[in-house]
Design a binder for this molecule. Structure first.
Ligand code: F6P
Length: 318
């Protein structure tokens, strides 16, 4: 291989820039050229490429977002769009591609692999909903960002003896909500993976108010319902005055934690080296602190479960 391209696709996540840098620097280390594709698969079709030399990836390691920008491409979902992208890459002399993103991005990567083009995926999403890796790039930062906001909410919750329902992202999964709940010492985590009984929740709130617990926190995953909806459903808040906070896109921005930078750097180097030794159609994962490859389709065909240990900890600690 002489030229490898890298793109970011789907929702951005903190640490993507560190992964882009690691891909580019690993290419340099191996005396090959690295090309950055702008705006994900959309830029891949249009040929919106730029050479990533040493200077182009200098100073980005700690920056949030993605310097390559990201987009969701409807055109790439069609066979025509994919063939156009393939044609563009071949005409630019690109021999392999690294795709950084979530499972939607991996569907696109798999399609290119099936057309005979070498592709390796790197899991980058704050949702951590990808099987084949213990952590995705950006998850740790998003948990810490949510935690910082919740520590502020706790101050005002305790001053006013209030119940706060805090809605966090995560799409259809509860990883972000559960980890945030344990880290913040929240009393409840409401996640899509577990059935929710509003009646039971009201009862628990009544009990905790009766036990003189001055304030309470519910961390709600967006995949269950919105925090405003939950506030309406909780007719009986057990005596607490309830308030709602939606953390929203705050969780996607900001500079990555050291954990995410190190993970992204390891994954970027490993993905590039994997392409160079002829691997394709695989994603990089970090399992028990070790980097491994697994088929891209594992990301969407196998369910990733929430940690039973963390789930029981929320109950034990409340
Ligand atoms: O997948 C990351 C994520 O931030 C989810 O947590 C959220 O549901 C979604 O993206 C929001 O997507 P969009 O940027 O299209 O609004």
């Amino acid at each position: 291989m002489n030229r490898i391209a890298v793109l970011t696709s789907g929702g951005d996540s903190p640490g993507m820039n560190a992964a882009i840098r690691a891909v580019a620097r690993t290419c340099m280390f191996n005396d090959i050229e690295c090309v950055g594709v702008m705006r994900g698969y959309e830029g891949l079709i249009e040929g919106d490429y730029k050479v990533l030399d040493r200077a182009a990836v200098g100073g980005i390691i700690h920056r949030g977002g993605t310097v390559l920008k990201t987009a969701r491409s409807d055109r790439f979902r069609t066979e025509e769009g994919r063939l156009a992208a393939l044609e563009k890459m071949r005409s630019e002399g690109i021999d392999g591609l690294v795709v950084i993103g979530g499972d939607g991005s991996f569907h696109g990567a798999k399609a290119l692999h099936d057309l005979g083009f070498p592709v390796i995926g790197i899991p980058g999403t704050i949702d951590n909903d990808i099987t084949g890796t213990d952590e995705t790039i950006g998850f740790d930062t998003a948990v810490n960002t949510a935690l910082e906001a919740i520590m502020r909410l706790r101050d005002t919750a305790s001053s006013h003896d209030r119940l706060f329902i805090v809605e966090v992202m995560g799409r259809n999964a509860g990883f972000l909500a559960l980890e945030t709940a344990v880290a913040s010492g929240a009393e409840y985590a409401v996640v899509p993976e577990l059935p929710l009984s509003i009646g039971n929740l009201c009862k628990l709130l009544r009990n905790s108010y009766a036990e003189h617990k001055s304030h309470t926190l519910i961390i709600l995953a967006e995949g269950v319902m919105s925090a405003h909806e939950m506030r309406e459903k909780l007719q009986d808040t057990g005596g607490y005055d309830a308030r709602v906070t939606v953390l929203g896109y705050i969780q996607r921005g900001g500079h990555p934690t050291s954990f995410d930078v190190v993970l992204a750097t390891r994954m970027g180097a490993f993905a590039t080296e994997s392409l160079l030794i002829g691997k394709s159609g695989m994603m990089v994962g970090n399992i028990n602190h070790k980097l491994v490859l697994s088929p891209l389709e594992r990301a969407w065909s196998e369910h990733k479960s929430l940690s039973p240990e963390l789930l029981s900890l929320v109950n034990k600690m409340n």
